[in-house]
Design a protein around this ligand. Structure first.
Ligand code: GLV
Ligand code: MG
Length: 327
């Protein structure tokens, strides 16, 4: 291990994050009753410019009046390049004592987070706010992605970074078919096999961007969360995107429609078989340690001290899900 110890952010179960437009009142109660771990009420891209003021009022009322149970609540404010943003921060943080997080979109540089932190700190002090607001930020522009490591270290309020494939594609001028989806042009043509045949193997255009966001988060104790998958009728496509994200180390994924919540919860929860295996790994390694051995065999495979760390991560996650009552 490095001599540098990384502090881990406030732990939260964050398998699914449901997006709810701030202009659609009818969805708030439903969202609160859903199985989503985190709900974000959106003031940004799901709200038309003419509806921004009303959406802000709706969100303030909902955060005070709706019973959100033990859910983590978040509000996506408007970007720092808009004049809506300062009012979003001031009015929401001043008037919503229940709120847990602000979701800041289109972060480009570390100073963007610093600026919002300054504003929130003043409001918290002036209003003697009990609950400290945390931040999640969206990495969804070429600029933000280029500065992702610095952004990851920009504020002690920062808990999570979300990868936003929609705006990222727009910013990078990528050619995509659906938000977070693939493109049939992206792949490799294999060399000829023994029969002289070649195959086209489709690839994942998000891989490099996502892997860098995960690494920046994990290096600095934050939760990496994968953003939207636009075709909410395509459960198989969503599941496949979520599984790829889980394999890379993401903690959870957005749901832009209630139909995606259970899918995300399922993919980002350890299965009973995984939990059982992790327990056996920990037990075998404890036995090995007693016998002075660093590596042992389990089910015909070598396991060593790194296996314990992976197993412990998995067990910790399963315990957090169970103790939040979300198993
Ligand atoms: C999310 O905001 C995205 O742009 O994908
Ligand atoms: Mg976006």
């Amino acid at each position: 291990m490095s001599f540098t110890v990384i502090e881990q952010t406030t732990p939260r179960v964050h398998r699914s994050e449901l997006a709810v437009p701030g202009s659609t009142l009818a969805l708030f109660e439903k969202a609160a009753k859903s199985a989503a771990d985190v709900i974000f009420l959106d003031l940004e891209d799901a709200v038309a410019p003419d509806d921004k003021d009303q959406a802000r009022k709706n969100v303030i009322a909902a955060l005070n009046d709706v019973n959100w149970g033990n859910k983590t609540t978040s509000v996506r404010i408007n970007g720092l390049d808009t004049h809506y943003m300062y009012r979003d921060v001031v009015e929401i943080v001043e008037n919503c004592p229940r709120l847990d997080l602000l979701l800041i979109p289109k972060i480009g540089v570390a100073a963007d987070v610093y600026a919002v932190d300054m504003l929130v700190t003043q409001i918290e002090q002036a209003k003697r706010r009990d609950k400290r607001i945390g931040f999640e930020v969206l990495i969804e522009t070429a600029l933000g992605w280029s500065n992702v490591e610095a952004i990851a270290q920009s504020s002690r309020r920062l808990e999570a970074m979300c990868f936003g494939a929609g705006d990222f594609a727009a910013s990078m001028r990528m050619r995509t078919t659906v938000i977070g989806g693939l493109n049939p042009d992206y792949g490799v043509l294999t060399d000829r096999d023994a029969r002289g045949e070649r195959r086209f193997l489709q690839g994942d255009p998000w891989h490099a961007a996502q892997a860098r966001v995960v690494a920046a988060c994990r290096a600095h104790g934050l939760r990496p969360v994968d953003g939207p998958y636009g075709d909410f009728k395509d459960a198989a496509g969503f599941l496949s995107a979520a599984k790829r994200a889980a394999v890379l180390g993401f903690e959870g994924k957005w749901a832009i429609h209630p139909a995606q919540i259970e899918l995300a919860n399922e993919v980002f929860s350890p299965t009973p078989e995984e939990v059982e295996k992790a327990r056996r790994i920990v037990e075998s390694m404890e036995q090995a340690a007693k016998e002075g051995r660093g590596a042992v065999q389990l089910d015909g495979r070598l396991i060593d001290i790194a296996s314990i760390r992976m197993a412990q991560n998995l067990l910790k996650k399963a315990e957090a899900i169970a103790s939040a009552g979300r198993a």
